[in-house]
Write a protein that binds this ligand. Structure first.
Ligand code: ATP
Length: 324
């Protein structure tokens, strides 16, 4: 018979605001159901090194409002090898951990899927990444906070851009997914967004210029998703081809990952954490908890990590209309 006496919980990959709210929720929901909780530090690395501590309800007090992750996170090369995963499994056996809840992005779920297959370990995932690039969920934990952080930063850049009549390229995270770039552009009233789901950066810039972007305004903000040379390459190109334009670059970088999570991220993290324990009790495995139209859903890891989460391109049209 399936027994669930003890779960392990870890955060892995890039940190995201709201991970702590998820840790709190998973821990409390497990204890509510008389399941012990072992906190695994530094992602899969902690499973290999045995950096593990039993959590009680008070260990997750006063963390719902904190950014980052109290469990720390890491990228763990060793877990990508069969030898590393064998050690990880031996740790689970030694610590009497029956199942795992992993909070992270597509890499984390890829590792979890392989590990679950090799050792028949029940694993449920929570989507914790600012990029919102996981399929089967409208939003990932951390995305809303990062989006709001970007919008706040762009509002400030707008003040100086207007004063000096400059063009700003603001680079945001999202190498493979333009959710942050496109939605922050809409929310901050930026003139355009350059996103990986469209043509190359160069072609998108070309189109912008063709559409009268140069004439339209003397101060403009273009949000650029990182990757493909990012904002720096675009600004250099502008300077070369249109030297009269005063193009500047701001790379928001890691500040996008930090900060206190928004109410939305805390709410979805709390709901998803409870759902993860329910899913394990229901003998679900190798699934991610997602949220679709405000309802919780379970999505197989294989589906969640498909690399083509569609972005709603009608928003590009809205952006174009509103930037005249
Ligand atoms: P983010 O989207 O924020 O980058 P992520 O979960 O995608 O988060 P990764 O660094 O890609 O972050 O993955 C986290 C960890 O998952 C890796 O450090 C590694 O330990 C494990 N992992 C990733 N890919 C694999 C794989 N193919 N096999 C086994 N483990 C993997």
């Amino acid at each position: 018979m399936y027994k669930l006496n003890c779960i392990g919980i870890l955060t892995s990959g890039g940190d995201a605001p709201g991970m702590n709210a998820a840790i709190r929720s998973v821990t409390r929901a497990a204890i509510f159901n008389h399941i012990r909780v072992k906190a695994i530090y530094r992602g899969y690395k902690g499973l290999i090194t045995g950096e593990i501590k039993e959590f009680h309800t008070e260990d997750v007090s006063n963390i719902i409002q904190r950014g980052g992750t109290i469990l720390k996170t890491a990228r763990c090369q060793e877990f990508t090898t069969p030898e590393g995963r064998k050690i990880a499994y031996e740790t689970m056996v030694r610590e009497e951990i029956d199942a795992l809840v992993v909070i992270g992005g597509d890499g984390t779920f890829t590792g979890a899927r392989i590990f679950a297959q090799e050792y028949n370990v029940p694993i449920v995932g929570l989507p914790g990444t600012i990029d919102n690039d996981l399929c089967g969920t409208d939003s990932t934990i951390g995305y809303d906070t990062a989006l709001n952080t970007i919008v706040e930063a762009v509002d400030k850049i707008r003040d100086t851009a207007n004063s000096h009549e400059r063009l700003f390229f603001v680079e945001v995270m999202g190498r493979d997914a333009g959710f942050l770039a496109l939605n922050s552009a809409l929310a901050s009233g930026a003139e355009a967004a350059i996103i990986p789901e469209e043509q190359t950066n160069e072609e998108q810039l070309e189109e912008l210029i063709k559409n009268g972007f140069r004439k339209s305004k003397n101060s403009s903000i273009v949000i650029v998703a990182e990757g493909g040379g990012g904002a720096t390459a675009l600004a250099e190109r502008m300077k070369r081809d249109y030297p009269t334009f005063d193009a500047r670059v701001t790379i928001l970088g890691h500040l996008q990952r930090g900060g206190t999570p928004t109410a939305y991220d805390r709410i979805i993290a709390s709901r998803m954490g409870v759902a993860a324990i329910d899913a394990l009790l229901d003998e679900q495995r190798s699934v991610m908890v997602g949220l679709v139209h405000d309802e919780l859903v379970l999505v197989p890891f294989t589906k969640a990590i498909k690399d083509d989460k569609p972005i709603n391109k009608s928003k590009i049209g809205v952006l174009q209309i509103l930037s005249i």
